[in-house]
Design a protein around this ligand. Structure first.
Ligand SMILES: [Zn+2]
Length: 170
């Protein structure tokens, strides 16, 4: 059993894969040691096709390992899956790094642009260069575009980016 893998971490990973059923699946794998997709299907209400789809997704990220045997009666392959908890840490780190890089780019964009906004909910801010082209008129609602102070957003972004930079040891 993989007692060193904590449940919260597994849920995070499963969510990162964007599959609701992945949480259930990973939970079963954690307790099973090694299990076939048929056995997982018997334990849950998840369809076998979905189970296989999620398993291959996990396999793509090296989060599960695979052993193949042949059914002596039918001659078909049987797939035995097991969790690879040592890969979890790396996976989470790379997810975090992706978020960090995205936010860092966003921060630079916010820092390097002056924004203009019509202050209508649902409309978008536009950078100065575009606002000139639009003669300071909102392309969506037609109202005048006024300067938009993004300091609060900048502060929040900076904090988040710095926190992630620390966690990643960048
Ligand atoms: Zn507008």
């Amino acid at each position: 059993m993989l007692s060193n893998v904590d449940g919260a971490t597994l849920v995070k990973v499963a969510r990162a894969l964007g599959e609701d059923d992945a949480v259930t699946l990973v939970d079963i794998l954690k307790d099973a040691g090694e299990i076939t997709d048929d056995e997982i299907a018997n334990k849950t209400s998840i369809r076998l096709n979905s189970i296989r789809k999620i398993l291959y997704k996990l396999y793509d990220h090296s989060l599960v390992g695979l052993r193949r045997t042949r059914d002596p009666k039918t001659g078909w392959f049987i797939f035995h899956w097991r969790l690879q908890p040592d890969q979890l840490e790396g996976f989470i780190l790379s997810q975090k790094r992706q978020v960090f890089e995205k936010l860092d780019l966003r921060l630079a964009y916010e820092k390097n642009h002056d924004f203009f906004y019509c202050y209508t909910p649902g409309c978008k801010r536009v950078p100065f260069e575009d606002a000139i082209e639009l003669v300071f008129k909102c392309p969506t609602c037609g109202k005048p575009l006024m300067h938009y102070a993004n300091e609060r957003m900048l502060n929040a972004l900076s904090k988040r980016v710095e926190q992630l930079r620390k966690e990643l040891g960048e």
